[in-house]
Design a protein around this ligand. Structure first.
Ligand code: PNS
Length: 163
């Protein structure tokens, strides 16, 4: 069985993330969306539990996609799966530079681990969770940016968070 791991902070999950997960689910037998707990980013908008719940709502439609959390290093965590492949989305050349460095570090920690990249759909090359948080703060309509299942969660939290 070929397993893909889609790691990220998902604070919150965006339509760009969902596009990558959906495409990975067509290629691999199983996709595990891994919400990383100790991402270097501080002050998340959503707790890890909330991020997991939102991702679960969004991927419920895909029978071969599961959601989990992991602390520590992704390359260590990946050892629980047999020959997994990490899947990352690439929006621009700047993403590649960062991801290339991560790939080398991950391979030093876990030499068996391969990372594959899916280029972002052109509709989402500009999109990031931080852009969503910023737009939510100013009351922008989020329908083109986050999955419909979580729009209310993001709206409610940004009203609380930024009032
Ligand atoms: O959604 P993001 O913030 O772009 O995701 C980044 C993430 C969480 C995938 C990355 O920071 C990560 O893999 N963090 C886990 C810690 C780790 O393994 N770091 C790489 C070695 S230094």
């Amino acid at each position: 069985m070929r397993t893909a791991i889609c790691p990220g902070s998902f604070d919150p999950i965006t339509l760009g993330h969902l596009n990558i997960i959906r495409r990975a689910a067509k290629i691999f037998d199983k996709v595990v969306v891994c919400v990383m707990l100790n991402s270097s980013k501080t002050s998340p908008m959503f707790t890890a539990e909330e991020r997991v719940e939102m991702v679960k709502k969004v991927v419920a439609r895909f029978p071969n996609v599961a959601v989990e959390t992991a602390g520590g290093l992704l390359a260590e965590h990946a050892k629980v799966y047999e020959n997994p492949t990490i899947i990352k989305g690439l929006r621009a050349a700047s993403d590649f530079e960062y991801e290339f460095q991560m790939d080398i570090i991950n391979k030093k920690i876990n030499p068996q681990l391969e990372t594959m990249y899916l280029t972002s759909n052109e509709k989402y090359t500009f999109l990031s969770s931080s852009a969503v948080r910023e737009m939510a703060k100013y009351g922008v309509d989020l329908r083109d940016f986050v999955p419909c299942e979580i729009i209310d969660d993001v709206k409610k939290r940004s009203e609380m968070y930024f009032k």
